[in-house]
Unconditional design. Structure first.
Length: 38
């Protein structure tokens, strides 16, 4: 596991609509809040 020495406080994926350029499409934003454990 890549984050074996980190404590994950929050992981979230948000998909949202966008109409930039006049073409409807979607974007994805991943959020991860972590604290390195010592």
């Amino acid at each position: 596991m890549l984050y074996h020495d980190w404590k994950l406080h929050k992981t979230e994926e948000n998909i949202f609509n966008c109409n930039s350029g006049g073409i409807p499409h979607q974007h994805c934003m991943d959020i991860m809040i972590a604290e390195r454990m010592k």
